[in-house]
Design a protein around this ligand. Sequence first.
Ligand SMILES: Cc1cc2nc3c(=O)[nH]c(=O)nc-3n(C[C@H](O)[C@H](O)[C@H](O)COP(=O)(O)OP(=O)(O)OC[C@H]3O[C@@H](n4cnc5c(N)ncnc54)[C@H](O)[C@@H]3O)c2cc1C
Ligand SMILES: *[C@@H]1O[C@H](CO)[C@@H](O)[C@H](O)[C@H]1NC(C)=O
Ligand SMILES: *[C@@H]1O[C@H](CO)[C@@H](O)[C@H](O)[C@H]1NC(C)=O
Ligand SMILES: *[C@@H]1O[C@H](CO)[C@@H](O)[C@H](O)[C@H]1NC(C)=O
Ligand SMILES: *[C@@H]1O[C@H](CO)[C@@H](O)[C@H](O)[C@H]1NC(C)=O
Length: 521
Amino acid sequence: MRLLSLALPVLLRLGFARATFTLNQVEDQISSYLDQNETIAERSLSQIGCSVACGFLSFTLPKRLSYPDTPNYEFEESRYWSQQQALTRPSCRFSPASAEEVSLAVLTLRLTQCKFAVKSGGHAAFSGASNIKDGLTIDLINLNKIVLSADQKQTSVGAGNVWYDVFKYLTPKGLTVIGGRVSAIGVGGLTLGGGISFFSARYGWACDNVNNFQVVLADGSIRDVSYSSSYSDLYWALRGGGNNFGIVTRFDLATYPQGDLWAGAKTFLYTNETAAAVNNAFYYLAVNGPSDPYAQTIVAYAYAQAQGVFVIATDLQYGKPVANPPIFQNFTSIPGAIADTLRVTDLPGLTIEFNNTNPGGFRQSYWTYTVGNDPDLMAEMVAAYMDEVNKIKDAPGLVPSAVYQPITTGMTSHFSKNGGNPLGLAGKGPFNVVNIAISWSNAADDARVLAAGKNIVDRAVAAARARGLDQPFLYQNYASQQQNVFASYGSDNLARLRAISSKYDPAKVWQKLQPGYFKLG
Ligand SMILES: Cc1cc2nc3c(=O)[nH]c(=O)nc-3n(C[C@H](O)[C@H](O)[C@H](O)COP(=O)(O)OP(=O)(O)OC[C@H]3O[C@@H](n4cnc5c(N)ncnc54)[C@H](O)[C@@H]3O)c2cc1C
Ligand SMILES: *[C@@H]1O[C@H](CO)[C@@H](O)[C@H](O)[C@H]1NC(C)=O
Ligand SMILES: *[C@@H]1O[C@H](CO)[C@@H](O)[C@H](O)[C@H]1NC(C)=O
Ligand SMILES: *[C@@H]1O[C@H](CO)[C@@H](O)[C@H](O)[C@H]1NC(C)=O
Ligand SMILES: *[C@@H]1O[C@H](CO)[C@@H](O)[C@H](O)[C@H]1NC(C)=O
C-alpha cells in the first residue's frame, strides 16, 4: 500500500498520470512526501499548512509551482490589473495545466488547510479577490486552450484565457461568443459574475450563453455541468454565483455569427446642457432599445485632472457595420464633441480601444448600484458624483468615473434561458446599472478615495429611494468588497444558492478555505 502510493507522485512528476485522486490517496502522498511521524493535521495546526501544500505540489509538479523572487512568480504577480492585488504576496503560486492538476491542488489545500485564491484574468480590483497574502494562489494562466466545435456552434475556452485571445480566434471565422468588452479581462471572473457584452441585448449576459461548465468540485471530482446534466442546480448557481461553487476549468460557450461593428465614443466637455441631452438620449435608448437590439451604450462621466474639467464619454456600439443608425440619433445629434472615434471596426480592435483607456498598475476601486431609468434622477446622481469628486480632486493620479449602462427588458428576457440565472432580474427593467470606477496613485489616499466612492453610492441610492426608483441589484463584477452582492439577488435566490453550496461543498472549502471575493455569508 505504502509502496504503491509512493509511486504516484513520481508518475505525476513524469507526466504519465492524468488521473484524479481521492482525498485519502492524496493524504497518503503528502504523508510520504513529509516522511515524518507528524500528521498533516498537526503540521497545519502549527501554521505551516501552506509550506506543506507548496512543497508537496512543487515536488509533484515542479514546473507548475513558483516561489517569491523567481521570474515566473514575479511575472504572474505583475499581471493583476490593480496595484492592491499585484502587491499581495502569496506563499507560492500554482499554475495548473489541466483539470486534473487543479483537482490535485484542491485536495492538497483541503488536507493542509492552506488558504487559497483563484485567478483568471486578474481584473477584480480589491486585494484578496484573486490573490492571497501568505496563502497559495492558483493561477489559471495555463488553461489556455480555445477549440471550436465542428458545427461552429460552440467554443470551448480554457478558464485562463482573456477575451482578446478568444475574439482574435473567432473573428476571422465570422463568429463570436458573448464575452467581455475590454481585451485583457479574464473569461473566468467575468462569466461567473454575469458578464455584460456588446451583444447582450441580443443574447443576454455571458453567463446566459454558457452551454456547459467543466468544474472541479470540493471533493476533487471533475464534472460537466449543463442544464441537461444531473447538475442543473449547480448550472443555475454558476450563472452569477462567482467563486462559490468550484473552480471552472473550461467554459463551453454558445457561438454566433458576427461581423464588424459600428462603434466608438463621442466625448464632450461637461455642461449642464450637454448632460441633459446625454441623459435624455440614455433614457430613450433604455426604453426603446428592444426595438433595435443591435444598439448598446455606455455613458461615462469622468474628471480630467490635468485640465481640471469634467467630461462625458458616450460610447455607442452597433452590432452591424452600419453608420449612425436611427436608434442612436438622440446621441449622435448632440453638438460639440471634442473627440469622436465612431467608425466601423472589428471586435478585437474595439476591445483594445477600451483596454487602452483602462490601464493597469494603479490603485483601483469599483462600486455599484442599480436604479430605475429616469433622466432627472440621473442628473441628481451625476451632481452627487461631481460633488464628491471635487473633494478629492487633488489626489495624485485620480481618474474617477461614473459609468451608466441600461439593463433593458430585451437583455433580461434572456435571463430565463435554460432554467434561468440567480441574479433576480429576469424579465425586469429597464434599469440603469451604475459602476463607480476610481483609480489613483498613492496608498496614502486610500481612505479618502474609498470614502468618496461610498458617498457617491449612498447619495445616489438615497436620491433614487426618494423617487421610488431604488433597486436592490448589486452587480458582482462592479461591486466593492463592502457591498453585499448575494443578498441583492433576493432572499429566495440566496437561500437556493446556500442550499446548493451545502449540497456540493459541505466542508465549505469555497466559503472558508478560499476567503476572498463575495461569499454567500
Ligand atoms: C477594465 C475593466 C473592464 C471591464 N469590462 C467589463 C465588461 O465589459 N463587462 C462586464 O460584465 N464586466 C466588466 N468588468 C468587470 C469584470 O467582469 C470583473 O472585474 C471580473 O471579475 C474580471 O474577471 P477576471 O477573470 O479578469 O478577474 P479575476 O480577478 O481573475 O477573477 C475574479 C473572481 O472570479 C474568480 N474566478 C475567476 N475565474 C474563475 C474560475 N475559472 N473558477 C472559479 N472562480 C473563478 C476569482 O477567484 C475571483 O474571485 C471590467 C473590469 C475592468 C477592470
Ligand atoms: C517522532 O515521534 C517521536 C515520539 O513521539 C518523537 O520523539 C520524534 O521527535 C518524532 N520525530 C520527528 C521527526 O518528528
Ligand atoms: C448646473 O446645474 C447645477 C445643479 O443642477 C447648478 O447648481 C449650476 O449652477 C448649473 N450650472 C450652470 C452653468 O448653469
Ligand atoms: C429621442 O428622444 C425623443 C424625445 O426627446 C423621443 O421622443 C424619441 O423616441 C427618441 N428617439 C429614439 C430613437 O429613442
Ligand atoms: C491591456 O493593456 C495593458 C496596459 O495597461 C497591456 O499591458 C496589455 O498587454 C493589454 N492587454 C491586451 C490583451 O490588450
